[in-house]
Ligand binder design. Structure first.
Ligand SMILES: C[S@@+](CC[C@H](N)C(=O)[O-])C[C@H]1O[C@@H](n2cnc3c(N)ncnc32)[C@H](O)[C@@H]1O
Ligand SMILES: *[C@@H]1O[C@H](CO)[C@@H](O)[C@H](O)[C@H]1NC(C)=O
Ligand SMILES: *[C@@H]1O[C@H](CO)[C@@H](O)[C@H](O)[C@H]1NC(C)=O
Ligand SMILES: CC(=O)N[C@H]1CO[C@H](CO)[C@@H](O)[C@@H]1O
Length: 222
């Protein structure tokens, strides 16, 4: 069951959401068909994007409906700007926009970005969504207080460092399927490959003070 948010390490301060959102059946059908079409587009575009992906290969694997659900559960009660890093066909950005976020996707594959813009227009959230065709490693994410990543394990240590430098103290980061290696999650939602973890930036931001204190603790007072 993916219907609950579990506290990881400390009690859950948020009320639980109802376990099912009233989404019409055709929405899922459309999402499935769209995923297939976008995958075909990705295969067609693969030779053009390959050089930029040399650093870490992050393929287009769309989030499952349960995964999208788990991500949004962990963002319940949040507002403001949201980014999906490697937004694929835009499904997370679009769902977030429907819940009132100003939602942005960064996607290296231009076909997927254009397809996302089309989907956002189709469902009427084009005013609150933006899709950039851009390499995620070249973006400064400091303006976002909600960050979503469905990555691959090889990129997570590097991304952890990048976000730690850029994000503000109020930010929340959600990782899908693969957690961050050294941060401690505050909550998790879902099971197995659909699991999502949330991290609050207060728990991972390194301020000058904390590092000073850590050094002192390690050395120990004389
Ligand atoms: C695992 S998919 C996740 C898609 C979407 N977030 C979702 O959950 O459905 C990762 C996406 O990141 C994109 N990507 C890969 N490398 C990237 C890069 N360097 N910059 C931006 N996007 C990238 C891929 O094209 C792919 O669409
Ligand atoms: C990101 O942008 C913010 C605001 O413009 C800036 O203060 C910060 O230094 C930038 N961070 C990096 C790592 O470039
Ligand atoms: C660091 O140490 C100072 C002085 O001992 C203390 O007031 C402060 O709360 C500590 N900060 C953290 C983040 O532990
Ligand atoms: C222990 C320590 O270094 N405290 C400093 C934390 O940072 C503030 C300003 O950001 C300083 O005023 C403290 O002296």
């Amino acid at each position: 069951m993916s219907g609950s948010v579990r506290a990881a390490g400390r009690p859950d301060p948020q009320p639980r959401e109802p376990s099912s959102s009233p989404r019409p059946r055709w929405g899922l059908v459309l999402a499935g068909a769209a995923g297939g079409a976008a995958l075909a587009l990705y295969v067609a575009a693969a030779p053009f994007v390959a050089p930029a992906l040399r650093r870490v290969c992050l393929p287009f694997v769309p989030a499952s409906p349960a995964q999208v659900d788990n991500v949004l559960r962990l963002l319940a009660g949040r507002r403001g700007a949201l980014v999906d890093i490697g937004s694929g066909d835009g499904r997370i950005v679009i769902e977030a926009a429907k819940r009132g976020f100003r939602a942005v996707g960064y996607e290296l594959n231009p076909w997927l970005a254009w397809y996302s813009r089309y989907r956002a227009w189709r469902v009427g959230v084009h005013h609150s969504t933006t899709f950039y065709i851009c390499d995620l490693w070249k973006v400064n994410f400091s303006e976002f207080n909600n960050v979503v990543i469905f990555g691959v394990p090889q990129m997570m240590p590097q991304l952890e460092e990048k976000l730690q430098q850029e994000l503000k103290g109020s930010a929340r980061v959600i990782a899908c399927r693969f957690p961050f290696p050294s941060w401690t999650a505050s909550h998790e939602s879902g099971k197995g490959i659909d699991t999502a973890w949330s991290y609050d930036s207060k728990s991972f931001k390194i301020t000058g003070n904390e590092s000073l204190n850590k050094t002192t603790e390690r050395t120990g007072p004389v």
